[in-house]
Design a protein around this ligand. Structure first.
Ligand SMILES: [Zn+2]
Length: 400
């Protein structure tokens, strides 16, 4: 079944044709009308109630056709300005939060997520090593004054998760006027230090978009991670993160639960955040999530949760045909580049679908154990590009 994704126009998206989401939507859907002024932030593929995909042929929604929900939600993101700093609750917390405050926490599910960069990609992920945070606080005196001698002394005496938590809690509970003053003082008197720490550009950008927001000061606590295309990060439950810039493919458990901590005009649930977030620190170099290489054409990103995995297929044009082994779970394919003919089994017999950039296809359970990506016979002179697609599926790769 060919699908149409659901486009979300959040403010932080890239605008007009500069957005990868808009480009893919145009390629996918002849009825899509581009507005150059409008941000195109996300394309959702799946059965989540807030943006369910539509079957092209019949106009029915995917959840109605499948009569069930997929365990994952698949997305393409195109980011122009920072998303909020956030964590996602674990399953127990999500159930309790949804029960107690269903207006804020809309579903009872956890939301581990995986982001694979399509362009150079910038994100904040997890806390820096405690000693690095200590050095930052020492170097940027307005921050040290804001946090106060008691917490700063403790960080000096024992730079560990507990003292990081104490300092971060002090920061998060400081009132807005003092936060704004601190950011202004750093912007005015610490240009040189920001530059030598590689933070000048990102500090300037986020404080321009979110003036006076406590999230700006989180730059001194969190790891700034730069991904190259194909590199990935995995965010488990309660790992603090914010995507700042770039395009990515993202897959997550089917949920929309977010506890926010900054860089947002939305509600910040500071108490819940401090209760949930993991203060364990790690060096940014150890944040990359490494896929498993099946062969030269295929690699699989296998997170430590059952809800989802992502298969990256990249086929050289010289290859006449590539057969991908799959298991009997409903999967969603999005094509980013090149063209191929997809041959697969369905409950109505064998089927062929022409794939081009922007194609989104639901691969049914009947397609197992294998689908074929064949070279389109009539276009051997057009295609000297690799074929590139991503497939989201249930995590049957996981070793129990
Ligand atoms: Zn997130």
């Amino acid at each position: 079944m060919e699908l149409t994704g659901w486009v979300k126009n959040y403010d932080w998206g890239r605008r007009g044709i500069n957005s990868a989401v808009a480009q893919l939507a145009m390629a996918n859907d002849p009825d899509f009308r581009l507005n150059e002024e409008e941000p195109y932030a996300e394309m959702w593929m799946g059965t989540h109630v807030c943006g369910v995909s539509v079957v092209k042929e019949t106009g029915e929604t995917l959840d109605r056709v499948l009569k069930t929900d997929l365990s994952y939600l698949f997305k393409v993101l195109s980011i122009n300005q920072a998303l909020s700093i956030q964590v996602h609750p674990n399953k127990c917390e999500a159930e309790r939060l949804h029960r107690e405050r269903p207006d804020i926490y809309k579903d009872p599910n956890h939301k581990p997520e995986l982001a694979i960069a399509l362009t150079p990609f910038l994100a904040l992920v997890g806390f820096q090593p405690a000693r690095d945070i200590k050095d930052n606080i020492d170097e940027f005196q307005p921050l040290s004054q804001l946090i106060g001698p008691e917490a700063v002394d403790q960080l000096h005496e024992a730079p560990n998760a507990d003292s990081v938590k104490l300092c971060y809690a002090k920061l998060m509970k400081t009132d807005d006027a003092d936060i704004a003053r601190c950011i202004k003082a750093i912007a005015k008197d610490y240009q040189k230090e920001l530059k030598s720490n590689g933070l000048l550009e990102v500090f300037t950008n986020v404080s321009k978009v979110f003036p006076g927001d406590v999230g700006v000061l989180s730059l001194f606590f969190l790891n700034l991670v730069r991904l190259k295309p194909g590199q990935a990060i995995y965010l488990g439950a309660n790992e603090i993160h914010a995507y700042l810039d770039g395009d990515c493919v993202e897959c997550m458990a089917c949920s929309d639960n977010v506890i926010r901590a900054g860089l947002t005009p939305k509600y910040k649930d500071v108490d819940q955040l401090l209760e949930s977030v993991i203060f364990e620190s790690r060096h940014p170099d150890r944040k990359e999530f490494i896929p498993y290489h099946v062969d030269e054409q295929v690699q699989v990103y296998i997170p430590p949760v059952p809800d989802f995995a992502v298969i990256h297929v990249n086929i050289h044009p010289s290859l006449q045909s590539y057969k991908l082994q799959i298991q009997a779970f409903g999967s969603i394919l999005i094509v980013l580049k090149g063209s191929r003919v997809l041959r697969l089994q369905t409950n109505q017999g064998p089927k062929e679908i022409t794939l081009t950039r922007g194609s989104i296809v639901y691969i049914p359970v009947e397609a197992a154990p294998e689908i074929e990506f064949a070279r389109a016979d009539d276009c051997d002179d057009v295609d000297d590009d690799d074929f590139t697609g991503y497939i989201a599926t249930s995590n049957y790769f996981r070793v129990p």
